[in-house]
Design a protein around this ligand. Structure first.
Ligand code: ADP
Ligand code: MG
Ligand code: MG
Length: 223
């Protein structure tokens, strides 16, 4: 039904469009901190998702879920990101979204599962854990995890204040997390081959991208 797919569709569109717009800035950052392809890679990934959204082959709402959240939404978005991307971040996002979808599916089997933003917060937490496990990075290593982890924590903490306030708290935490990478040394990924001096003062491109799409989600959310 239209009403139940409208908001998720709006949010997916807002997040992806924000990444398309941020491409030049992400490119600039990955030119300093990596091999320069993070902006175009994420832009292609976002455009891939937008194309599938247009064709209505993203399950924005699945009826009869106890959490009120569509697990297949996360699974397909992960797949379409991976389809479009070229660098590591496409594969990393695929891991994040696939593991988040699996966690959401599992929550469905609980006796009294969490709802909405609370369910998403718990599931994304598991997604991040999987990302750390497979990618080998931990918080503090100058990666997107440094924006994702505080954002997810803030989301869970502010869940009681309602989705809009929770997303705003998450966006703020992601922005602060990305900011904090400016003084971190890279341990993982291509950035670890770049002289630390060159990167000081520039945020990790992947972490910055996370702050961009979280802000877009917070801005686009309407009750
Ligand atoms: P590549 O390094 O292959 O060119 P991208 O440019 O697409 O990959 O993405 C770079 C971003 O990916 C980094 O800014 C960082 O945030 C993130 N990243 C790199 N390695 C990891 C990892 N092992 N775990 C989590 N995120 C990572
Ligand atoms: Mg790169
Ligand atoms: Mg690359």
């Amino acid at each position: 039904d239209d009403a139940k797919t409208k908001l998720p569709g709006l949010l997916v569109k807002a997040a992806c469009s924000s990444i398309v717009s941020a491409e030049p800035e992400i490119t600039r950052m990955d030119t300093i901190c990596g091999d320069g392809d993070c902006g175009t890679g994420l832009k292609r990934a976002a455009e891939s998702v937008l194309r599938h959204l247009e064709k209505e082959d993203i399950p924005l709402h699945t009826p009869d879920t106890k959490t009120g959240v569509s697990a297949p939404l996360f699974a397909t978005v992960g797949r379409y990101i991976n389809e479009g991307a070229e660098g590591s971040s496409g594969a990393l996002y695929n891991i994040l979204f696939t593991a988040t979808a699996a966690a959401l599916k599992r929550l469905e089997d609980e006796k009294s599962p969490p709802q909405g933003i609370r369910a998403i917060g718990m599931a994304v937490k598991e997604g991040i854990d999987k990302l750390c496990e497979i990618g080998g990075a931990q918080p503090g290593m100058r990666t997107m995890i440094d924006a994702l982890t505080p954002a997810c924590d803030a989301l869970a903490q502010a869940a009681g204040k309602g989705p809009k306030a929770a997303l705003e708290a998450a966006a703020k935490a992601a922005q602060e997390g990305a900011e904090a990478t400016k003084t971190m040394d890279a341990v993982k990924g291509r950035a670890s081959y770049i002289p630390a001096e060159q990167m000081k003062g520039t945020a990790d491109p992947g972490a910055y991208a996370v702050s961009v799409w979280f802000k877009a989600l917070a801005d686009a959310y309407t009750d």
